[in-house]
Design a protein around this ligand. Structure first.
Ligand code: UD1
Length: 353
C-alpha cells in the first residue's frame, strides 16, 4: 500500500505529524509531497523538525501567487508526481489551495483521494477555504470527518456513503505536545517578562480580516484596548498587509511577535489567560487547552467550541475588546474532537478501503 500525502501550509504540517507516525507504525509506504505554498522557515521547516516529520520526498516549490496561479501551479505539477509515484491513495488535508489542487489532480488520474478533515463548513462562500473544502469533499473517495457535525454536513450533500468519523488529528498532536511542555515555562512569558495568566496570545491572518484596511485597523485598535498585554504572533500575510495599509501593530496593550514553533506556541497558549484569533486550528486548540478563545469571524467551522462556551465569535470593535477580557467559562469534560487517537483510525481506514 502506497499513500501520497500532499501538504503545503502550516496547519497541514501539524496534521501530517501524527499521520506520518501512524503510517510508519502500520507499515505503509508513505510518500510526502510539500507544495511549497508556505516556504518561510518559521511557517514550514521548524514544524518538520520539531514534530519529527520525515523530510518531504517531493518539493514543488510553488510559492506565493494569486489563488488561481497558486492552485493551478500545484495542479499542473502534481501530474508528474502522481505518474512517478503511482500511489494507491492521495491523502489531502484541510482546506488550503494545496488541498483542492492535489485532490483534483489525483481524481483526474483515477487515483483514489482521501480527504482528512472532511465536512467542515462555514457556509461563507466568500472564504477561499470554503470553496476548497467543498470541492475537495466532492472529489474525494473517502471522507475522513473529524466530528459528527461534519459528517452530518456531508450526509446533507449526498456523501454519507463515503464518510467515516475518525476524530480530529490535530487533537492527537496537541495532546502529545501539551504533555511534553506542561512543566516548562511559557516562552512568550519568559521572553517578554509576563506572568502566567496575565497575557493573551493573538493571531490574525485571514484574507477577510487583513485585506480591507479599515477592518484590519479596527481589529488592531480593539486588541490594543484590551486591559492586559496581547501578544500578536504576526503571520507574513499580516505583516505585508500592515505595511501596505500603513498600520502599526504595536499600539496600546498590543505588541507584535514573530510566529512561534509549535511546541512554543502550545506552551505559550497553555499559560495564557485568553486567545484571540481568526485561525481555524487555534480556536479549537484553545478549547482543548481550556483557554477561552475569542474568534474574529462571523462564523466558525468548529461550532462545538462555541456551544460549550469556550469560544465567542465577534466583530472588531468593543465586542472584541470585551470578549477578550471575559471570565473563564464553566469547565467541561466533553470531547467533541475525539480521544487523541484519530491518526491510527485514519491509517486503519485507508488500509481497509
Ligand atoms: C493559507 C491558507 C489558509 C490557512 C493558512 C495558514 C489558502 C487559501 N489559505 O493562508 O487556509 O489558514 O495558510 O497559515 O490556502 N507568505 C510568506 N511566506 C510564506 C507563506 C506566505 O511571506 O511562507 C505571504 C505571502 O505574501 C503570501 C501571503 O503570505 O502572498 C499569503 O499566503 P498564502 O499561502 O496565499 O495564504 P495564507 O494567508 O498563508
Amino acid at each position: 500500500m502506497k499513500i501520497l500525502s500532499v501538504v503545503g501550509a502550516r496547519p497541514q504540517f501539524v496534521k501530517l505529524a501524527p499521520i506520518a507516525k501512524a503510517m510508519a507504525a502500520a507499515g505503509v509506504d508513505h510518500v510526502i509531497c510539500h507544495t511549497g505554498q508556505h516556504y518561510d522557515p518559521m511557517l514550514s521547516d521548524v514544524f518538520f523538525e520539531d514534530l519529527g516529520i520525515p523530510a518531504p520526498d517531493v518539493h514543488l516549490g510553488v510559492g506565493s501567487a494569486s489563488h488561481g496561479k497558486q492552485t493551478g501551479g500545484i495542479l499542473a505539477a502534481m501530474d508528474d508526481v502522481l505518474a512517478e509515484h503511482e500511489p494507491d491513495w492521495v491523502l489531502v488535508y484541510g482546506d488550503t489551495n494545496s488541498t483542492v489542487a492535489a485532490a483534483l489532480a489525483a481524481v483526474k488520474q483515477h487515483i483514489k483521494v482521501a480527504h482528512l478533515e472532511a465536512g467542515l463548513r462555514s457556509f461563507n462562500r466568500r472564504m477561499p477555504e470554503e470553496h476548497n473544502r467543498v470541492l475537495t469533499d466532492h472529489c474525494a473517495d473517502l471522507l475522513l470527518a473529524p466530528t459528527t457535525v461534519a459528517a452530518e454536513h456531508l450526509e446533507r450533500e449526498g456523501l454519507a456513503e463515503r464518510t467515516i468519523v475518525v476524530g480530529d488529528v490535530m487533537t492527537d498532536v496537541l495532546y502529545q505536545v501539551r504533555d511534553a511542555v506542561a512543566d516548562k515555562p511559557s516562552p512568550i512569558g519568559a521572553e517578554l517578562g509576563l506572568e502566567d495568566g496575565t497575557y493573551s496570545v493573538a493571531t490574525i491572518h485571514r484574507a477577510e480580516n487583513t485585506d480591507d484596511p479599515q477592518r484590519l485597523a479596527a481589529v488592531l485598535e480593539s486588541l490594543g484596548r484590551v486591559d492586559h498585554p496581547v501578544v500578536l504572533l504576526a503571520h507574513p500575510r499580516l505583516v505585508a498587509k500592515c505595511e501596505a495599509h500603513g498600520l502599526d501593530i504595536n499600539q496600546g496593550n498590543l505588541r507584535s511577535h514573530a510566529p512561534l514553533a509549535y511546541p512554543d506556541l502550545v506552551a505559550s497558549c497553555l499559560k495564557a489567560r485568553g486567545i484571540v484569533t481568526d485561525s481555524g486550528g487555534l480556536q479549537k486548540e484553545a478549547f482543548l487547552l481550556r483557554v477561552p478563545a475569542t474568534t474574529v469571524r462571523p462564523e466558525t467551522e468548529w461550532v462545538e467550541t462555541v456551544e460549550l462556551g469556550w469560544n465567542v465569535l465577534v466583530e472588531p470593535g468593543d465586542a472584541l475588546t470585551a470578549a477578550a477580557t471575559r471570565p473563564r467559562p464553566e469547565d467541561t469534560d466533553e470531547q467533541p474532537y475525539g480521544d487523541g487517537n484519530a491518526a491510527e483510525r485514519v491509517a486503519a481506514e485507508l488500509l481497509r478501503a
